[in-house]
Design a protein around this ligand. Structure first.
Ligand code: F6R
Length: 252
């Protein structure tokens, strides 16, 4: 059991700055660090900042291993909406991670069960995750672990909720969001030595508040983070607007 360190900051720009500071500290301290990284709207500014720091010569990812949290099933890596393409555009094009050190589940694998096992094993063989950076869904999901996912889950195929599919419609032509994804499990994420959860905007307020201050329950998957000893949360004021007054969050 741990107490997450919670920072509430002015806006998305400061969330990204502070997140980039933490990623930078981990990578400078352990140049061979294994990172789990998210996609979606939340981390885009973080990746921009990491790209800038890399260009300035302050940060190198040359010896890191990167594992994405998830990928859609049935979407080719080069297709619009794929997380492989997202990572290429927002992160890999701007930093120095060698291609063999970039890992993402293969949503086109002929046998998805085998692919999940391969991915889970690869994470373990790489020495486990040093830092997992997470966003949060408005239903409390982390990775694509939807409500009801067990705490000890490994990488698996998930049937996405209507809410999650609707939230991601912007990324797909004609809003045709896949029904399934491969995601690291909650157990995979909780095995990370350090976790950084980012939340931006009022649509995350309810889920984030329940996750941090509510009961630990599979109906709010992010609440399982309360069982981890080294979690830092960075939220903007909108995402933190429902926090209890007595919370131990630091405001800046
Ligand atoms: C994506 C992922 C998801 C997102 C979450 C929030 O790789 O793992 O858990 O972090 O759906 O998405 P955004 O940031 O688009 O609000």
């Amino acid at each position: 059991m741990g107490h997450p360190i919670i920072h509430v900051v002015r806006d998305a720009d400061v969330v990204a700055q502070q997140a980039a500071d933490i990623v930078g500290e981990v990578v400078r301290a352990h140049p061979t660090a294994v990172l789990a990284l998210p996609t979606g709207r939340t981390p885009i500014e973080l990746y921009q900042k990491l790209g800038v720091r890399h260009r300035r010569g302050e940060l190198s990812f040359a010896h890191t291993q990167i594992f994405n949290l998830d990928e859609w099933v049935g979407v080719a890596p080069a297709s619009p909406g794929s997380y492989a393409r997202f990572m290429e555009e927002h992160f890999y094009a701007h930093v120095d991670v060698p291609a063999p050190q970039r890992h993402i589940p293969n949503g086109l694998a002929p046998n998805l069960g085998v692919e999940c096992e391969r991915y889970e094993k690869l994470i373990r063989q790489s020495g486990g995750i040093d830092l997992a950076v997470l966003g949060i869904g408005s239903n409390g999901h982390i990775g694509f672990n939807e409500p009801g996912t067990p705490e000890d889950s490994c990488t698996h195929v998930v049937l996405l909720s209507t809410l999650t599919r609707r939230a991601n419609a912007y990324a797909f032509p004609r809003g045709q969001v896949p029904h399934r994804a491969i995601t690291m499990g909650i157990g995979t994420i909780l095995d990370a030595r350090q976790i950084l959860l980012l939340a931006v905007g009022s649509t995350k307020a309810n889920a984030l508040t329940k996750a941090l201050f509510g009961n630990v329950t599979p109906s709010v998957p992010a609440s399982f983070l309360q069982h981890h000893a080294n979690v830092t949360v960075i939220a903007d004021t909108a995402a933190a607007m429902l926090f209890p007054r007595s919370s131990a969050a630091s405001y800046s």
